[in-house]
Design a protein around this ligand. Structure first.
Ligand SMILES: Cc1ncc(COP(=O)(O)O)c(C=O)c1O
Length: 384
C-alpha cells in the first residue's frame, strides 16, 4: 500500500474526496485550446461539479456556468460569475423572479413554459436571452437513464411542436443529447439539428450543444471537434456556439480516499467493509452501473483471492466488485477510488447517517488543503 502511505503522511483524513490541481489544469488546457481554435464558448455545468472553492481556478478558462435550478444559479452567480445559462425541465413560479436576477440566458423546456413566464421575463429590468430546448431525435447513449432522446422523452421540443414558426422572443436553442461521447457524435448531432430545425437557424443568435463532450478523455479527437465546430460556424456565422460540459471538465481529476474497517471472509471471497458507501458517496456505481477503478487493484485472474468492496450503509446492495490485489488487504489499509469528481460530490447523501467524506485539494507542489469536514450538525440540519 505504498501509494497510500504518502496520503496519510500528507494528513488527508479518511474518507475524503480529493481534487488534484495538476490534473484540473491539464483538463482546462484542453478547453482553452478548443476555445482558441474553434468559435465556441465553454461553460461549466454545475450539475456535474459544483465544488465552488475550485471555481477561481476554473473561471480563468471558462466563460461561465450552466445551472439547472434556482440554487445552482445562485451559487454560480455568487461564486463563479461570467455568463449564467439556466435550464430546467420546468420552473417553479416562485423561483423565476430570483433566477431573473442572476441569469444571462434562460432556456425553457416547452413552449407552454415560455408562454407562462414570458410576461415576467419581459418586465425584468435586464431581460436574459431566451432559448428553447430542442430534441434532436438522436442520441448515441444506450443507457435509458442517460438518454434524453428516448421515445416519449419529456426533455425538449420536437419539430412538430414548433411547426414553421419560432415563438416570439426565442434567441437560441439548447440541445443536450450526449454523454461521455466523442467528436463524431457531436458531428452527427449538428447534422440532425440542421435536418430537423435548419429552417430556424438563420433566426438564432446562439446554439448551446449541452454537455457530454468528453474532450479530456484519452483518444478524444479534439482536432476533429474543432473542425466540426468551425465548419458549422462557417455555415452559420451569426450563431454563437456554446458547450456546457460537466464531466469533461473534471474527468480524472481526483479520487475518493477510504479506509478498510473490516474484512468478512466467505467461502468464495473476502467482503471488505469500507468507511465509504457506494449508494451514499458513489451512487453512479450502482445507478449506471459501473465498476470503479481502485488504485493498486487489478481484474482478478483464476485462483486469486477475490475482494468485494462493501459500503458502510446497511443497504444489501451497497457493494461493487470483485477485485484482486497483489498484497493481502487488512483492516486499516487505505483504498483510493479513482475519478470521483464528476457527479459524485454533487450526488452524495447522508443516508444511514454515514459519515460524509471530507473534501480537499491537492496542490501542484504536493501540499494538501482540507476544504471541508462534515459533522453531526450537517446531518441533522437537513432533517428538521
Ligand atoms: C442540459 C445539460 N447540460 C449539460 C450537462 C452536463 O453533461 P456532462 O456532465 O455529461 O458533460 C447535462 C447533464 O445531464 C445536461 O442535462
Amino acid at each position: 500500500m505504498t501509494q497510500t502511505i504518502d496520503l496519510v503522511l500528507m494528513g488527508i483524513p479518511s474518507p475524503c474526496f480529493v481534487l488534484e490541481e495538476a490534473r484540473l489544469e491539464r483538463n482546462l488546457r484542453v478547453f482553452e485550446r478548443v476555445q482558441q481554435e474553434a468559435s465556441v464558448k465553454v461553460l461549466l455545468a454545475l450539475k456535474a461539479f459544483s465544488l465552488f472553492p475550485s471555481f477561481p481556478f476554473i473561471r480563468k478558462t471558462l466563460h461561465g456556468t450552466s445551472a439547472s435550478s434556482v440554487w445552482e444559479a445562485q451559487l454560480a452567480a455568487e461564486e463563479f460569475g461570467g455568463e449564467l445559462h439556466v435550464y430546467s425541465p420546468a420552473y417553479r413560479d416562485e423561483d423565476m423572479p430570483v433566477i431573473l436576477t442572476y441569469a444571462s440566458h434562460i432556456t425553457f423546456n416547452s413552449i407552454r413554459q415560455w408562454e407562462r413566464f414570458s410576461p415576467l421575463v419581459e418586465r425584468s429590468p435586464s431581460p436574459p436571452s431566451i432559448g428553447l430546448r430542442i430534441n434532436p431525435q438522436y442520441s448515441p447513449v444506450e443507457t435509458p437513464l442517460y438518454n434524453p432522446c428516448q421515445p416519449y422523452t419529456r426533455l425538449g421540443v420536437s419539430p412538430e411542436h414548433l411547426g414553421n414558426l419560432l415563438p416570439q422572443g426565442i434567441d437560441g436553442f439548447l440541445c443536450h443529447n450526449l454523454c461521455e461521447s466523442d467528436s463524431y457524435a457531436l458531428e452527427k448531432t449538428l447534422l440532425c439539428i440542421e435536418q430537423l430545425f435548419g429552417h430556424f437557424l438563420p433566426q438564432l443568435k446562439w446554439l448551446n450543444l449541452g454537455g457530454g463532450h468528453l474532450m479530456t478523455r484519452q483518444g478524444y479527437n479534439v482536432v476533429h471537434a474543432i473542425e466540426v465546430l468551425n465548419a458549422f460556424h462557417t455555415r452559420y456565422p451569426d450563431i454563437q456556439l456554446i458547450l456546457e460540459p460537466g464531466s469533461a471538465i473534471v474527468w480524472e481529476t481526483g479520487f475518493l480516499l477510504s479506509t478498510i474497517r473490516d474484512v468478512i471472509i466467505t467461502p468464495n471471497l473476502k467482503n471488505v467493509i469500507l468507511d465509504v458507501s457506494f449508494t451514499a458517496h458513489m451512487p453512479d456505481c450502482l445507478e449506471m452501473p459501473y465498476k470503479p477503478v481502485i488504485r493498486t487493484a487489478h481484474e482478478p485472474e483464476k485462483g486469486e483471492v477475490l475482494y468485494r468492496m462493501g459500503g458502510s450503509s446497511c443497504l444489501a446492495g451497497d457493494f461493487v466488485g470483485d477485485y484482486a490485489f497483489s498484497d493481502d488487504l487488512s483492516i486499516g489499509d487505505r483504498l483510493i477510488f479513482e475519478d470521483m469528481m464528476h457527479y459524485t460530490i454533487v450526488k452524495t447523501t447522508m443516508f444511514n447517517g454515514v459519515v460524509h467524506p471530507s473534501i480537499g485539494f491537492l496542490r501542484k507542489d504536493g501540499r494538501f488543503e482540507l476544504w471541508r469536514q462534515f459533522n453531526y450538525q450537517d446531518y441533522r440540519a437537513r432533517l428538521g
